[in-house]
Design a protein. Sequence first.
Length: 272
Amino acid sequence: MLKEDAERELSKATPLLEEATRVLRELKKDDLYSLATMRVPTPTVIIVMELCCHMFSLKPEKKNLGKAPGDTNGFFDLAKSTLLKDPTAFLKNMMGYDKENIGEKVVKAVRNILDNPSFNMEDVRKANSAMEGICKWAMAMMKYYDLLKIVNPMRERVAEMNEKLKVVRKALAEKMAKLREVEAKMAILEATYQEKLDIEAKLQQKIDDCNKKLERAGKIISGLEGEKQRWSDTVKRLGIEFDFLIGNCLVAAGMVAYSGPFTAQYRTQLEE
């Protein structure tokens, strides 16, 4: 029952995950390339790139700071040099994101952005379709994380109950083992009896097969006696026909070459 409750709760995330997957599949790489080539990012772009960096636990270094206008913390430059450097790999990593093990720091950082009044999904939607897809994906991951907080304690309880069940099953297995010993002895006796019956049946089958083979062999031998004479006659006849082969070919060639214009009756007389 508890396991079913956990699965029921987790099933609530299915539409979210399906929506996130659909959005990611519809993302256009050209939109990601346009972000990678952007020299002057808008505040919305910077916020979304910061969101991406947090999702993948990427932290800016000193070399990233202030590289682009408005990118004070260096998240946009970091995203350009890592995530946006290979849009194909970026999409693949989002599709295969380890949603079962999202860290608390990641969740806190992402929610600070999503819950910030300055974050406006409508501005994101207008700015770039790829950024909208990224934000929807991140939101789906956060909702899945919330569901896991409900489901994971249930999973732990199920695992604990399974351990207790193992102990009970172990005791039952010992009783069943003793029962199997008795059944095994009976099975050996039955197997021995059945083995003797099988041997008897196989021997009888072999006897029947041998009788059938003997009968067939007799028929074959009888049949081949007349076949020997037939082949001898055939060889003799072919030897005689071979002597007439050249003449027959000559007559046939002459008929083909010269008898065409004549009537069928006259051609027959000529051939005779």
